[in-house]
Design a binder for this molecule. Structure first.
Ligand code: C2E
Ligand code: CA
Ligand code: CA
Length: 653
């Protein structure tokens, strides 16, 4: 059907033109931000006519300014729009922009409607700028002077010239619905939307996506950092009388912000702008003590941080754009399979790799690696993100710790002591497994106060009292009690412990050991007895005996027979050298050298000497002697001293 100017005038007169309002929603918060005013014509005979059909006619008939005014007046009559902070967007045809009257008319209508102009957005299509750019610039400047906002509509269609974007002081770019429509299925559309959002961000413009029909589209736009969203997903254009209900519904929906389109997007804070988010991420990336990089599908370095370059021993620039196999040829074969798995979509973490030895022969570093598939907004795998940590130090510490633990355990097993630890309540918290082998009581039962069951009933209370005392006074424990030994009778044991204090001087715990004493007492007593017997024998024999120690090469004992022979000239404390000068001569009358004396031979070299004839000259008289020497060894075979036996003999023997 074709309408002429008369039809249009009649429609104006009969009120067939009216506005509908479509909501714009803030993607980051889900909050209602404002409305776009869209013109509608409800023809009394033909019903709803599309604006794409009637707008050109209204323009041609020169009534387009009047239409805009009508729409604004109708909008300003709605308290929902005036009594709030919502923005209102008005579409302006190219011809309108070039007419001189627009700013003035807009200002007049807003004044009458009491609507602040900083909430009014004027939407312009690029075609408006083609005919007369200087004129368009002048009108735009006037609108800006009134505080109106300017939006570039349908961006991405037509010329999408960056010069146009720069030519007018735009506040917003509206991404055309043809891209939004296909962005979830077509990679190219997605890239264009991402690029336009990026462009808007870098120019400081608000980005608006048009024609958002699905949740999926909204999520993806939010993730890309788009600011506002408009489309059937949020609401159809509705007449003014439906606005209160629409606002109410949208408020109820806005409480939950949109989740990200794919897993993992969660980790980014939604409260910061995408550009800030990027800067924050960059700072984290650069400063991380962990090596990080992104590899593309061809296993080339797309990006990396300083730490990773350092771990690989090459500058950052030596990585970029080059394949891993070329940059780190010795390590690549060790990790290739993990990278390939990640490229197939499988995250691989906790991989420990020992690098080959360094050129200077040092052991290669130990690395802890993780490989994660890196995906784009549509979940397609773009490459692999790698995280790398040097764990050489902790590996060494771990090894050293394990070794020292082994040593300790070994020592504890060899020791006849049973170490124990008491907490500040006087309960055993730790004890050596020797307690179990000694008493037969399992360690679990011995903990707490359980060990007391193995004590002689008469000894329990004194033991408890000693512990209590130590816990209160901080004095060391030194007690004896009888313990029932596995398969045997009561065994006397000695338990000693010393408390450990906290900085306030309170006892934290008591460390101690238990050891068997009955046996020790016996052996030391036996030893004492046998020592006494020995001494008696040594003192009684009619043979002179001189004992010297290897540790200080001096005499430590002389028996009465030797004393008699040498008339007290040999005595404890004398050195071997001094003994050599006592006047003991060889049979030929020559002096023994100091180390020829059988005592010296035994002590110094462990030699046994028997029946050595010698002379001893004293007070002018000569005495004939027979000397023997014998080394003395300890139980474990150590030369600890020597003994010389001296016998007087008749000259003719
Ligand atoms: P536009 O400015 O790009 O307006 C958005 C168009 O997309 C509207 O079509 C709207 O109904 C439609 N739309 C909104 N959400 C969706 C969606 O989710 N999916 C789809 N497929 N479409 C959606 P409408 O109302 O038919 O308007 C068509 C065009 O007419 C407008 O495009 C605008 O250029 C023009 N127009 C409308 N009102 C006026 C006006 O008052 N003055 C001027 N000069 N032009 C107007
Ligand atoms: Ca528009
Ligand atoms: Ca549009």
């Amino acid at each position: 059907m074709v309408f002429d100017e008369t039809d249009i005038r009649r429609a104006f007169d009969e009120g067939e033109f009216f506005p509908v309002f479509q909501p714009l929603v803030e993607l980051r918060t889900g909050r209602l931000a404002g409305f776009e005013i869209l013109a509608r014509w409800k023809h009394k005979k033909f019903g709803a006519i599309s604006p794409d059909d009637f707008i050109p006619l209204v323009e041609e008939s020169g009534l387009i300014d009047i239409l805009s005014r009508r729409l604004l007046e109708c909008a300003f009559a709605s308290p929902v729009l005036t009594g709030s902070a919502y923005t209102l967007a008005l579409n302006i045809s190219p011809r309108q922009l070039l007419g001189y009257k627009l700013p003035e008319r807009v200002a007049a209508a807003a004044k009458r409607g009491n609507f602040p102009l900083d909430r009014l957005v004027i939407e312009i299509t690029e075609s408006a700028l083609l005919d007369d750019l200087p004129r368009a610039q002048a009108v735009a400047a006037e609108l800006k002077a009134l505080n109106c906002k300017l939006a570039l509509d349908d961006f991405g269609t037509g010329y999408s010239s960056l010069r146009h974007l720069q030519a007018l002081p735009f506040d917003e770019i509206k991404i055309d619905r043809s891209f939004v429509n296909s962005m979830t299925v077509e990679r190219e559309s997605r890239k264009i939307v991402a690029a336009v959002v990026g462009l808007g961000q870098s120019l400081g413009l608000t980005t608006v996506a048009e024609g958002v029909e699905t949740e999926e589209q909204a999520r993806m736009l939010a993730w890309l950092g788009c600011d506002l969203s408009q489309g059937w997903h949020h609401g159809r254009p509705l007449p003014a009388e439906d606005l209160p209900r629409l606002v109410f519904d949208l408020r109820a929906r806005s409480s939950a912000p949109l989740p990200p389109p794919i897993d993992g997007g969660d980790s980014m804070s939604r409260d910061v702008l995408p550009a800030q988010r990027l800067a924050q991420l960059q700072a984290i990336y650069d400063g991380a003590p962990v090596g990080l990089c992104l590899l593309d599908r061809n296993l080339r370095y797309v990006s990396l941080n300083q730490r990773l370059a350092q771990l690989n021993g090459l500058p950052v620039a030596a990585h970029l754009g080059r394949p891993v196999a070329e940059v780190i040829p010795s390590v690549f074969p060790l990790v290739e399979s993990y990278i390939r798995r990640a490229l197939q979509g499988e995250p691989v973490s906790g991989v420990e790799v020992q690098r080959p030895p360094e050129e200077d022969g040092r052991e290669g570093r130990t690395l802890l690696l993780s490989y994660q598939p890196a995906r784009d907004e549509a979940d397609e795998i773009l490459g692999v993100s790698v995280a790398m940590m040097d764990i050489t130090g902790s590996k060494q510490t771990e090894r050293a710790l394990r070794e020292s633990e082994n040593h300790y355990r070994h020592m504890m097993q060899l020791s006849p002591h049973i170490p124990w630890v008491l907490n500040r309540q006087g309960e055993v918290t730790e004890a050596s497994s020797r307690w179990e082998s000694f008493t037969g009581q399992p360690l679990e039962e011995a903990s707490g106060h359980g060990w007391q069951k193995m004590l002689h009933p008469d000894d329990v209370e004194p033991a408890r009292a000693a512990i209590r005392l130590s816990l209160t006074t901080g004095d060391p424990i030194d007690i004896e009690y009888r313990v029932r030994r596995l398969g045997a009778d009561w065994t006397r044991m000695r338990s000693r412990g010393s408390p450990r204090f906290d900085p306030a001087g309170e006892v934290v715990c008591i460390y101690g050991v238990v050891e068997e004493v009955e046996g020790q007492k016996q052996t030391s007593e036996e030893l004492r007895n046998s020592q006494a017997e020995l001494r008696a024998a040594v003192e009684a024999v009619p043979i002179g005996m001189i004992f010297a120690g290897a540790h200080d090469l001096s005499v430590y004992a002389v028996n009465p027979a030797a004393d008699r022979i040498f008339h007290g000239t040999v005595f404890p404390g004398q050195t071997l050298a001094e003994c050599g000068r006592l006047g003991i001569l060889r049979e030929d009358g020559q002096a023994f050298s100091a180390d020829e004396l059988p005592l010296s031979k035994a002590v110094l070299r462990g030699e046994t000497v028997t029946g050595k004839r010698a002379l001893y000259q004293r007070d002018g008289a000569r005495m004939h002697l027979e000397l023997s020497g014998k080394p003395i060894y300890s139980d474990c075979g150590l030369l600890i001293g020597g003994l010389m036996m001296v016998r007087e003999r008749a000259p003719q023997d």
